[in-house]
Ligand binder design. Structure first.
Ligand code: ADP
Ligand code: ADP
Length: 220
C-alpha cells in the first residue's frame, strides 16, 4: 500500500515554525496537489517524507513506514526536490546510467525513462547546455528510474514552458492512473487544478483546506 501519510508533523528551524501540526494523506491512484505560498512548509514536509530532515514531532510515512525503514527506497519512492544539478561536462544519459547501475537496475530503464520524459536526444548532450526545464525533466527521469509507486515532486513545473507544463500534466495523470500515489507541490493553485484529483492547501505550516477537486469544481 503506497499511501503517503503526514500525521501531526511539526518542524522548527530556530524561531521559524516551518510545519506546525500538519496532517493529510495522498492516496494511490491520485495526483494530490500540495498548494501554499512560498515559505508555507511544502518543501520541509517533502524533506521529512524523504527522511532528509528529522521531524520534531509527528510522522511522515510512505506505505505506513518512515523513509529510513523502507527496504529499497529508490524502488519505493521517486523524488524531485530540485532540478538535477549536473557537472556541465556530464551527459544526462550517463548520469542516469550511473544511477541505474548503482541501484542494480537494468540499463534498459534509462532509455525507458528518457522516453517518458521526452529527452532522448537531449540527454546525449552535455549538461552544461541544459535549460532549467531540461534539468527538471532529467530530475523527473531519475525519480522514475526505479518505477516507484510513490512520487514526491516539489514544484516540478518550474522552468517549463507552456508546452512542457501541458506535457507534465499528461504524464502525471498517466502515472497516477497506473496506481501511483503522487504528491506534487506548487505555490500556484492554478497550476494544479487541471492536474490534481485532490488538493491539500497549507499556509504557515498548517492545513488550510483539504478537498477533492471535483467537489471544488461542483461548488464553483
Ligand atoms: P515552501 O516549500 O512552501 O516554500 P519551506 O518548507 O521551504 O516552504 O519553508 C518553510 C519555512 O521554513 C520558511 O520560512 C523557510 O524560510 C524556513 N526554512 C526552510 N528550511 C530551512 C532551513 N534549513 N533553515 C532555516 N529555515 C528554513
Ligand atoms: P523551496 O521554495 O523549494 O522550499 P527554498 O529556496 O525555500 O526552496 O529552499 C531551498 C533550500 O534552502 C532548502 O534546502 C531549504 O531547507 C533551505 N532554506 C530555506 N529557507 C531557509 C532559511 N531561512 N535558512 C536556511 N536555509 C533555508
Amino acid at each position: 500500500d503506497a499511501t503517503i501519510e503526514v500525521r501531526n508533523l511539526r518542524k522548527r528551524f530556530g524561531r521559524t515554525l516551518a510545519v506546525d501540526g500538519l496532517s493529510f494523506t495522498a492516496e494511490p491512484g491520485m495526483v494530490t496537489g500540495f498548494v501554499g505560498p512560498n515559505g508555507a512548509g511544502k518543501s520541509t514536509t517533502m524533506r521529512a517524507l524523504l527522511g532528509l530532515d528529522a521531524a520534531d514531532e509527528g510522522e511522515a510515512l510512505i506505505g505506513g513506514r518512515p523513509y529510513h525503514a523502507l527496504r529499497t527506497p529508490l524502488l519505493e519512492v521517486g523524488a524531485l526536490l530540485d532540478a538535477a544539478a549536473l557537472h556541465p561536462s556530464r551527459r544526462g544519459r550517463d548520469h542516469l546510467r550511473w544511477l541505474a547501475h548503482s541501484h542494480g537496475l537494468p540499463m534498459s530503464r534509462v532509455d525507458e525513462v528518457l522516453d517518458q520524459v521526452g529527452m532522448d536526444a537531449a540527454a546525449r548532450r552535455r549538461a552544461g547546455g541544459y535549460s532549467l526545464g531540461m534539468r527538471q525533466r532529467l530530475g523527473l527521469a531519475a525519480a522514475l528510474l526505479g518505477d516507484p509507486p510513490v512520487l514526491l515532486l516539489d514544484e516540478p513545473v518550474n522552468g517549463l514552458d507552456p508546452e512542457g507544463i501541458q506535457w507534465i500534466r499528461t504524464l502525471l495523470r498517466d502515472l497516477a492512473s497506473e496506481g501511483r500515489a503522487i504528491l506534487v507541490s506548487s505555490h500556484l493553485m492554478s497550476e494544479l487544478e487541471d492536474t490534481a484529483d485532490h488538493l491539500v492547501v497549507i499556509g504557515r505550516g498548517r492545513l488550510i483546506a483539504e478537498t477533492a477537486v471535483a467537489d471544488l469544481l461542483a461548488a464553483a
